[in-house]
Design a protein around this ligand. Structure first.
Ligand SMILES: N[C@@H](CCC(=O)N[C@@H](CS)C(=O)NCC(=O)O)C(=O)O
Length: 273
């Protein structure tokens, strides 16, 4: 297992995330088994922060799985949550659980109106089933000399964001459901704040710049408004580490040498596990 390409990733959170990690070392009944770099972790982590739920942060390397993590989650993935000594995993399940188990902690991240809540779930599922797999297909595209293929995966990714953004176009926002952020925003935020990887590795993201959105300018303006709001949200911003430590990880995805379950699943066209 020590030979796994990601087994030697930077061991701890840095930058803004380090401050939060340091503040959550005290023993608590609720424990977050985390990898500082993991976007799925960031979903659960932002929800914990938004709701001011007391938790203990435990850094583990899921590519070099120790017995503690494996005893809680047989697949050995992060995030894994320990709640009163019982384990839970799968980031979206954890996010929903935190909302259900701590209803009086902070504002609810579920809309009060049942219709709004159901509609939010449709577009939240879209993030997991379309946007995120398209993110990884684009990032993993090789060879870079196949420009036609690169354009195809880039367009597919940009189109997924456009369709999603059109759903919030009529609303003032800035968040998907309105003035306040809801679960949907935190479910997709980790990938939104990692969009820079496409400028770094894939010759540009391809989302139109201001005024360049043509017939979809209104949709892209709404997307930009959302992106700015989510990037500036403290729970999102402060659970990020320094960019330099993400680079080797994303470089391996870009070169398609990543060995994680997620990478394998994307390669087989299964989307994200
Ligand atoms: N479907 C899972 C995915 C979690 C996941 O893929 N986490 C990665 C780190 S970002 C992991 O633990 N990988 C270890 C491995 O693939 O063995 C979720 O939503 O929680």
């Amino acid at each position: 297992m020590g030979s796994h390409p990601d087994a030697d990733l930077h061991p701890v959170a840095t930058g803004p995330a380090k401050t939060i990690v340091d503040a959550h070392q005290k023993e608590e009944g609720l424990k977050l088994y985390s990898g500082w770099f993991c976007p799925f972790v960031q979903r659960a982590w932002t929800v914990l922060e938004e709701k001011h739920i007391p938790y203990q942060y435990i850094e583990v390397n899921p590519y070099n799985k120790g017995p503690d993590l494996l005893s809680l989650n047989p697949r050995g993935l992060v995030p894994t949550l320990q709640y009163n000594a019982k384990p839970l995993f799968e980031s979206t399940v954890i996010c929903d659980f935190l909302e259900d188990a701590y209803p009086t902690h902070g504002p609810s991240l579920f809309p009060a109106d049942p219709f709004d809540r159901a509609r939010m779930k449709i577009w939240q599922d879209y993030c997991t089933s379309r946007i995120i797999p398209a993110f990884h297909r684009f990032l993993q595209w090789q060879p870079m000399s196949d420009k036609e293929g690169l354009e195809r995966v880039r367009k597919e990714f940009v189109e997924a964001w456009r369709v999603w953004s059109a759903e919030m176009e009529e609303g003032e926002g800035p968040f998907f459901m309105g003035k306040e952020p809801m679960m949907i925003d935190f479910v997709v935020a980790p990938w939104a704040v990692r969009l820079w990887v496409f400028d770094h590795f894939k010759e540009g993201l391809g989302i139109p710049a201001e005024g360049k959105g043509g017939e979809h300018e209104k949709t892209w303006a709404r997307f930009r408004k959302w992106l700015k709001a989510i990037e500036e949200r403290p729970s999102v911003k402060n659970t990020l580490s320094d960019k330099e430590h993400y680079l080797p990880i994303y470089n391996r995805y870009h070169l398609d040498t990543a060995q994680s379950e997620m990478a394998k699943a994307v390669r087989k066209g299964r989307g994200v596990p």
